[in-house]
Design a protein around this ligand. Structure first.
Ligand code: 13P
Ligand code: SF4
Length: 340
């Protein structure tokens, strides 16, 4: 055991239930061995909401720590070992652009309801909460879409083009009713007729890690390993999602692996740190391989040295604190998701 490992564990023992360390599945094994809870973004949001710890250390990316701060009381403090660990997809939708899009959509489309992927800033969640919408994760996107559609509302989904398109398709919405809002163009590049036709409007953001999976990779695997199964995360492009054996959120991918018959070979299209860990944990039973190596550099910014630093010194610069007016509106959008 290294000194750094022992030092972190000594602080965790000394802090006891006053400290909660949360670790996302995409973190390295070195970091995850210090986590009280390992989960996907939905499970970690639930853990934060249920916690009474005075200090929560979030090993993940910035929007996840913001959600933890929003869902906890003002006297519970949320820290990140490295606050510069952002999510490029979340940064593809800023609240100013989103408000502009909302003003454009309103007069044309009838009654829109915002649905915001948790991979978004607190300000975008506040926009969603203020307009009666709900957050979602990749684990519960279908449920949240159904909730909106059952109210006869059109869904304005952001920021991930692929999760939005794949979730709508899974619910049987035809492709010509799924309309892309390209935030780099005036009015999203849409005409009033496009908006009127839409059942779902999907913001044009994406995850650089999951768009690395391609149809050619799937074809190559199929020709070389015809018996292998392929599963991808729904942040992958629809062309890939529609030709593989299964698609699902992080928690659903883990379940798929757990339920696979002994001796199976499975290629997994998601962040490679998780694939590596699953492969190691299941090596006696399964052959698990990445569809293509694709690591999230932001998730990798958290490591044992910066985790120890935050636990030892609690620097203010490592705190993630959402202004109370933003948090109040953002909370309603996250709580709506947790209640669904
Ligand atoms: P999960 O919601 O599956 O944890 O995914 C988070 C994420 O960042 C996916 O890229
Ligand atoms: Fe963001 Fe993609 Fe990294 Fe997830 S894997 S944190 S969506 S960049």
């Amino acid at each position: 055991m290294t000194d750094i490992h022992a030092d972190i564990e000594a602080i965790r023992r000394e802090q006891g239930s006053r400290l909660l360390v949360l670790g996302h599945h995409y973190q390295s094994p070195a970091v995850l061995r210090h986590a009280d809870v390992i989960g996907d973004s939905l499970e970690l949001a639930r853990s934060a909401a249920a916690s009474t710890a005075g200090r929560i250390v979030f090993c993940g990316v910035h929007f996840m720590a913001e959600s933890a701060d929003i869902l906890t009381t003002p006297d519970q403090l949320v820290y990140m070992p490295e606050t510069g660990a952002g999510c490029p997809m979340a940064e593809m939708a800023d609240d100013y652009q989103v408000e502009k899009a909302w003003r454009f959509l309103q007069p044309h489309g009838g009654s829109f309801l915002p649905v915001v992927y948790v991979n978004s800033s607190a300000r975008v969640k506040a926009f969603c909460g203020r307009n009666g919408g709900s957050a979602c994760t990749s684990s519960n996107a279908a449920k949240v879409f159904q909730w909106g559609l059952a109210q006869n509302r059109k869904i304005f989904f952001l920021p991930d083009i692929h999760l939005g398109t794949n979730s709508a398709h899974d619910l049987g919405i035809p492709d010509d009713r799924i309309v892309i809002y390209d935030y780099r163009q005036p009015n999203g590049g849409l005409t009033p007729a496009d908006v009127e036709r839409a059942t779902v409007i999907v913001w044009g953001g994406f995850c650089p890690i999951h768009v690395a999976f391609t149809v050619d990779q799937v074809r190559e695997i199929r020709s070389r390993w015809p018996a292998a199964k392929i599963i991808v995360h729904p942040e992958s492009p629809k062309e890939v999602v529609r030709i593989v054996d299964a698609h699902g959120s992080t928690a659903q991918i883990i379940k798929y692996v757990q339920q696979a018959p002994d001796g199976s070979t499975i290629f997994i299209g998601t962040e490679s740190q998780l694939v590596k860990r699953l492969a190691a944990e299941n090596q006696d039973r399964l052959t698990l391989k990445p569809l293509h190596a694709s690591f999230c550099p932001n998730m990798a910014k958290t490591n044992e040295p910066n985790l120890l630093r935050v636990l030892r010194d609690w620097p203010d610069r490592n705190r993630v604190s959402v202004p109370s007016n933003v948090a109040a509106e953002a909370r309603s959008c996250l709580e709506r998701m947790l209640a669904l």
